[in-house]
Design a protein around this ligand. Structure first.
Ligand SMILES: C[S@@+](CC[C@H](N)C(=O)[O-])C[C@H]1O[C@@H](n2cnc3c(N)ncnc32)[C@H](O)[C@@H]1O
Length: 315
């Protein structure tokens, strides 16, 4: 329950055209200040001022990551429901809503294209690049152990790349599906699976931010070094969760929070790692709970990174 004066402040914060547009945009997922500025076509100081007011009223949360800042709708104190109800009252055909929806789609398309260009460039060397940043053998042993010897019907590997997870876990599933948006990565994955005589897995071109429900159900979903390429990893988890069978698990490998900005510039990363708190929030929103966690630090000439393995289980 919110106190009277606090509630007046909340309504005042939301009761302004740009701030209402910001709430409508952020109710569709986390966004960086830069993207919000591009979408609204307003100056960065102006957009930041509005975001600051929304944050002060507890409607949005700021997450600083290196030189970027991300914003999302606050989940606590019923704020998320309040914002959703508020935004739900707005006519979606209003010209400002239509403008912002299309501009958001353009921004997301630009990010997808940047990631695709990067992956088509590095596809042939991805297996080497991956091993530069993580202690691969320890991590892979932990993945195999976390999955166990369960005889599973179906495994889905989202952002499968060269198909490493399908290859590593080929003994535990009867049917494997890998999804990726890079044709170059797909070509390598197909060749590698065939060379290893893994004929019970196949890979298909697709966008994991728009998953078709008919690719499920699955007993295991893996997201290995994929989520940091998305502004809003939570929506990927939320979309994938309904594909899980009862007692199914989602296995996520990604970096702990870090400050290596060069990974954005040179390797198309968007998020500088994922925190335990973020993962708890995303898992909870997707109806999952964290049932396992392990961290794997790797030291390297001023480029220390920690890879984390999270197991999320359906509750
Ligand atoms: C860093 S690679 C990881 C590949 C693999 N999971 C591994 O660990 O070797 C990330 C993969 O995610 C894919 N990817 C990025 N955005 C995607 C999207 N929207 N839909 C499907 N795949 C995507 C890229 O093409 C790339 O192959």
């Amino acid at each position: 329950m919110t106190g009277f004066d606090d509630f007046v402040d909340i309504i005042k914060a939301a009761g302004e055209a740009t701030r209402l547009r910001l709430l409508a945009l952020l109710s569709q997922g986390e966004l960086s200040v830069k993207d919000l500025t591009d979408i609204l076509g307003q100056s960065q100081p102006r957009v930041s001022r509005h975001l600051k007011l929304l944050a002060r009223a507890g409607l949005v949360v700021r997450v600083a990551e290196g030189s970027w800042a991300y914003f999302r709708i606050a989940e606590t104190g019923g704020r998320a429901d309040f914002v959703r109800r508020l935004v739900g009252e707005i006519d979606p055909e209003d010209p400002r809503m239509t403008h912002d929806r299309l501009a958001l789609e353009r921004v997301r398309k630009r990010h997808r294209e940047q990631a695709e260009a990067y992956f088509s460039r590095i596809a042939a060397s991805w297996d080497t690049i991956r091993s530069l940043h993580v202690p691969e053998s320890a991590l892979e042993a932990a993945i195999v152990q976390a999955v166990g010897a369960n005889d599973m019907e179906h495994m889905i590997d989202l952002g499968t790349g060269t198909g490493r997870m399908l290859e590593l876990l080929c003994g535990v599933y009867r049917r494997g599906t890998g999804i990726d948006s890079s044709r170059e990565m797909m070509a390598i994955a197909r060749a590698k699976l065939a060379a290893a005589s893994i004929f019970h897995a196949h890979v298909q071109l697709g966008d994991i931010s728009r998953l078709e429900p008919d690719i499920g159900p699955a007993d295991l979903i893996t997201l290995h070094q994929v989520l940091h390429y998305f502004d809003d990893p939570g929506t990927i988890i939320e979309q994938a969760a309904p594909l899980l069978r009862k007692r199914g698990r989602m296995l996520i490998v990604d970096f702990a929070p870090h400050e290596l900005e060069f990974l954005r510039k040179e390797h198309a990363h968007r998020r500088l790692g994922l925190s335990q708190g973020q993962m708890e929030g995303w898992a909870g929103a997707a109806g999952l709970e964290i049932s396992g966690f392990e961290a794997f630090p790797k030291k390297g000439a001023g480029k220390d990174l920690t890879a984390c393995l999270w197991v999320l289980s359906s509750t």
